[in-house]
Write a protein that binds this ligand. Structure first.
Ligand code: FES
Ligand SMILES: [Fe+2]
Length: 321
């Protein structure tokens, strides 16, 4: 099994999985999600064992997934429990679906294709009692997951892509920052940026201290501390679903000091920032992150660390061969 399958990946925001079956893509495969009779989320390959029909076109009855073609029903464990054309027949174990558990964390449901003990990215450790949390997204982005992660770790684009918001071209020079290995990936510290509008509440430009951590192949967390707003802290996680090699679904999980703004206002700020990134991301060629063939400068230390991480962990999905 590919190394990417040994990590949990976000596939849907928990409130977005309702009563109907839902089709999602992960690592180039089709999955169907539904809720069983107890409301617990389930996942299975989106292919009926009978004739290969997409189960996500069917429906959920009493927590059982019903195929749209001949109405076979599957219970929460994947057992085939009814074949309507043969009412007295007890389907054998060979007719079962390979059900996988879904894990709820950070407002999202996570699927780990290998079915092993979930490896979920850590987020906002120890700070969650003080911070307000919300999910922003999803965004469907026409590029690979590694391109999106690399952009999230990149400080040198602020003055251009986010001019007037997270940066200013007159302050484009980057102070030296450090990159070191961490338990899950690596951490970049000592990052600073001059930001005209660092967050929704900022009223003036400020120097902002940043810390970035790569916490999984397609997940990273930043902490930002604006010097002008005493005690203010934002933690923002980027969680990317690697749907296909060159197509991704993105969520942000925010944990912020701002308890005054409405959810809509906080989402609008993050939306403004990400929709500045998105056209740049979708313009990059190749869409898969190339490990050779691009040129680097000393300001790209985080991106060099990410490429090294991908190589060392044999992560190839979304990476240019
Ligand atoms: S294809 Fe699913 S029940 Fe026949
Ligand atoms: Fe950006």
């Amino acid at each position: 099994m590919r190394p990417e399958a040994r990590h949990a990946h976000p596939v849907v925001a928990a409130p977005d999985l309702g009563a109907a079956p839902l089709a999602v893509r992960l690592l180039g495969e089709d999955w169907v999600l539904w809720r069983d009779a107890a409301g617990a989320p389930r996942a299975a390959p989106d292919r009926c064992p009978h004739r290969g029909t997409r189960l996500s076109l069917g429906r959920v009855c009493d927590g059982q997934l019903e195929c749209p073609y001949h109405g076979w029903r599957f219970d929460a464990a994947g057992r085939c429990v009814a074949i309507p054309a043969l009412p007295g027949f007890q389907p054998p174990a060979s007719h079962a679906l390979a059900v996988q558990p879904l894990h709820e964390a950070h407002g999202l449901l996570w699927l780990q294709p290998d079915g092993g003990a979930p490896r979920l990215p850590p987020f906002a450790g120890g700070m969650l009692d003080h911070l307000r949390q919300l999910t922003v997204g999803p965004y469907d982005v026409a590029t690979s997951a590694p391109r999106i992660v690399e952009n999230f770790l990149d400080l040198a684009h602020f003055g251009f892509v986010h001019e007037g918001w997270l940066g200013d071209r007159a302050h484009a020079a980057l102070a030296d920052y450090r990159v070191e290995g961490s338990a899950d990936g690596f951490v970049a510290t000592g990052c600073t940026a001059w930001q005209p509008q660092s967050n929704r509440l900022s009223t003036e430009g400020s120097w902002v201290r940043y810390r970035y951590e790569l916490v999984a192949p397609y997940a990273a967390v930043l902490v930002k501390l604006p010097e002008q707003q005493d005690g203010y802290r934002d933690e923002i996680a980027l969680f990317v679903c690697p749907a296909d090699e060159e197509a991704s679904r993105v969520w942000f999980r925010m944990a912020v000091t701002d308890h005054n703004s409405s959810d809509a206002e906080l989402r609008a700020f993050q939306h403004t920032i990400f929709t500045q990134d998105q056209p740049v991301l979708e313009s990059q060629r190749p869409r898969r992150l190339p490990l050779t063939g691009e040129v680097h400068c000393a300001a790209d230390r985080s991106s060099a660390a990410y490429r090294r991480y991908l190589r060392e962990n044999a992560i190839t999905f979304g990476v240019q061969p």
